[in-house]
Write a protein that binds this ligand. Structure first.
Ligand SMILES: Nc1ncnc2c1ncn2[C@@H]1O[C@H](COP(=O)(O)OP(=O)(O)OP(=O)(O)O)[C@@H](O)[C@H]1O
Ligand SMILES: CC(C)(CO)[C@@H](O)C(=O)[O-]
Ligand code: BAL
Length: 285
């Protein structure tokens, strides 16, 4: 696997791949890789001739009181596991390389409306501006045919699909299923911050999603009832602090009162300073 740190170098490799007629599958990440990220590499490998992964902890998508500084980083180990999983080129730029105006500063940003107004968009103001801006920069640098994203960040997938549709960006967004630990916890780079006790109580996230799925399968369609069921389960865990529990229309993330079409049940919960997200799609009918 080739590792590059500058935009000039990655552009050269991309030019060479394109000249050789190769399709490019792209996996954007913030690093500290786990099986969820590696599953994206494997999907990209199946569907493309060459796989490019980026590792960049993007300051623009973190709020002033969020965990940018504390975000876990280990480029050496990441390079080993990404190469073993089939990544061909790893692009790991510095903040200065991506934001030469200094300190994450840009004068041009990408704002996606409506699908950013709820869920993580409401609790992390400016987050999706940072994500859409950096991903459009990365798309312009890497020029991929397809880009692979995890459904653990379901709202991010909706935001980026909206962005490529509205701005005619010629990249296919490929959503990939959430990879979980054997006990159900969704894999996340931030899981390393959990104490044993927090990690044990965090199992309530996937358990409460399953309980809601079961309730829908048994005929429950009322959004308030379903949200109450999930909230009560999470609130029973003393270390869990709910940021949000929401059920929205899956297609456009609009508010709904009953489940008639596929709906997204999404939640964000803090355990100490660590904020975890998870979600499931509830199928109506
Ligand atoms: N458990 C998972 N299964 C599948 N894809 C995942 C999983 N976790 C993250 N991803 C995807 O990997 C890509 C990079 O995500 P990122 O580097 O932020 O990892 P992360 O583990 O989600 O980090 P954190 O949860 O701390 O934000 C995103 O498309 C994200 O949706
Ligand atoms: C897409 C992304 C790499 C943009 O920084 C990030 O939001 C992530 O890791 O999901
Ligand atoms: N996967 C989302 C990146 C973030 O939490 O900022």
């Amino acid at each position: 696997m080739i590792i590059v740190h500058t935009i000039q170098e990655i552009r050269k490799h991309v030019r060479d791949l394109r000249a050789a007629g190769k399709s490019i599958g792209y996996v954007p990440t913030m690093g500290y890789l786990h099986e969820g990220h590696l599953s994206l590499i494997r999907s990209a490998k199946e569907q493309s001739d060459a796989v490019v992964m980026s590792i960049f902890v993007n300051p623009l998508q973190f709020g002033p009181n969020e965990d940018f500084e504390r975000y876990p980083r280990d480029l050496k180990r990441d390079a080993e596991v990404a190469g073993a999983a089939g990544c061909d080129i790893l692009f790991a730029p510095s903040v200065e390389e991506m934001y030469p105006r200094g300190d994450g500063k840009v004068l041009t940003t990408v704002d996606v409306e409506e699908v950013t107004h709820q869920l993580c968009g409401a609790s992390r103001p400016g987050h999706f501006r940072g994500v859409a801006t950096v991903v459009s920069k990365l798309f312009n640098i890497i020029l991929p045919d397809k880009a692979f994203f995890g459904m653990k960040d379901a709202q991010q997938v909706a935001v980026l699909q909206t962005m490529v549709d509205d701005l005619n960006i010629p990249v296919e967004i490929v959503p990939c299923q959430t990879v979980r630990e054997p006990d159900g916890l969704a894999m996340s780079s931030r899981n390393v911050f959990l104490t044993d006790e927090q990690r044990q109580q965090a199992l309530v996230l996937s358990r409460s999603l399953k309980a809601a799925e079961a309730a829908v399968a048994a005929g429950e369609r009322d959004v308030l009832q379903l949200k109450r069921l999930v909230r009560e389960m999470i609130e029973a865990q003393p270390l869990a602090d709910i940021d949000y529990v929401e059920i929205v229309n899956f297609r456009d993330l609009a508010t709904i009162l009953t489940i008639e079409q596929p709906a997204l049940l999404a939640l964000a919960v803090r355990f100490g300073k660590t904020r975890l997200i998870d979600n499931t799609v509830l199928a109506g009918r």
